[in-house]
Design a protein around this ligand. Structure first.
Ligand code: ZN
Length: 312
């Protein structure tokens, strides 16, 4: 095992935002807060709690202010609010509970237009302005490049374009650059290549990755990203997730599946698998359906004493 794999990996829990935003059934604010409490209970210390977007476009996030008002008071947890523009940034900061703004720019013009009503270059400028706003307010901001591995409208996305965007974002002072496979088309070779190339141009900034398991490549992509030097992984309890503007997008990689894979491989995540599996069962009840995650169905690695009891 190479030295790289002994590093701890940080997992950002995104179920309260990306996990829920595409769900048709409106989840109550109380259940969203309960989900956040469960994520904290499982060990999550950075959580994407909501987004500050037009409620007509994303009705599931209409209660962003109420979710923020109900967030547990924790000095050791970083709460992220996703914002698409200055108005969203102002709303997020006004709550007084958001520690970090999540800014998103999009790799292609067609997707940027559908998602945010601007060009790809325009989305980079908007993200930079959001990052600067956060920093000026004494908060931090992260930047995500959506559709880094493929676009639902334009197909192939050149690595050069994503690298160029990452380089442009750095000047604004984000805490990290994230590469998002928004529609779940990535493969491990592409991921390894792009993560390494982006790392090369962003200096000491960490690379975060965001994968959807639409085509079953999510966990392989996580592994490839870590091998190439990514240090933070977005994941969603139960594997919930999708994008209202990305046709066919399925769930995020499931937190419990990522934690199982990494912890068994000797990589610390700081998260507790048993607690995550319990949260999966709870969330499955809230959503009234079985969730895509795999490990919650099978359980973790067999423990001999437990097995004896089951047989008896
Ligand atoms: Zn996503």
């Amino acid at each position: 095992m190479s030295k790289l794999y002994t590093l701890p990996i940080e997992i950002v829990e995104v179920s309260p935002r990306d996990g829920l935003q595409n769900e048709k059934a409106q989840v109550s604010t109380a259940d969203k807060i309960a989900l956040i409490e469960r994520a904290i209970g499982a060990g999550a210390r950075r959580i994407e709690v909501t987004s500050f977007v037009n409620p007509r476009a994303v009705p599931q996030m209409a209660d962003a202010d109420d979710v923020c008002a109900g967030l547990p008071m924790r000095d050791d947890v970083t709460y992220i609010g996703l914002v698409m523009n200055q108005r969203g940034a102002d709303r997020a900061l006004t709550t007084g509970r958001i520690d970090q703004l999540g800014a998103v720019c999009v790799s292609t013009d067609t997707f940027a237009m559908a998602n945010q009503g601007q060009t790809s270059d325009g989305s980079v400028e908007a993200a930079k302005a959001i990052i600067e706003t956060a920093n000026a307010a004494g908060k931090s901001a992260q930047a995500t490049i959506a559709a880094s591995f493929g676009c639902p409208f334009e197909g192939e996305v050149a690595e050069d374009r994503v690298v160029e965007m990452a380089r442009a974002l750095v000047d604004a002072g984000p805490v990290e650059i994230a590469l998002a496979d928004t529609i779940g088309v990535g493969n491990p070779a592409h991921v390894a290549s792009l993560v390494a190339r982006v790392k090369d141009v962003i200096g000491d900034l960490p690379v975060r990755v965001h994968f959807h398991n639409t085509r079953g490549t999510g966990l392989a992509n996580v592994w490839a990203a870590i091998g190439a030097g990514a240090s933070t992984i977005d994941a969603s309890i139960g594997g919930l997730g999708g994008c209202p503007f990305a046709p066919g997008a399925a769930g995020n990689v499931a937190t419990e599946d990522v934690v199982y894979m990494l912890e068994r491989a000797g990589i610390a995540t700081g998260l507790n698998l048993d607690t995550l599996i319990q949260s999966n069962a709870w969330l499955s009840g809230v959503m009234d359906k079985e969730l895509p995650a795999m490990v919650a169905r099978s359980g973790g690695f067999p423990v001999p004493e437990k097995r004896e009891k089951e047989v008896a």
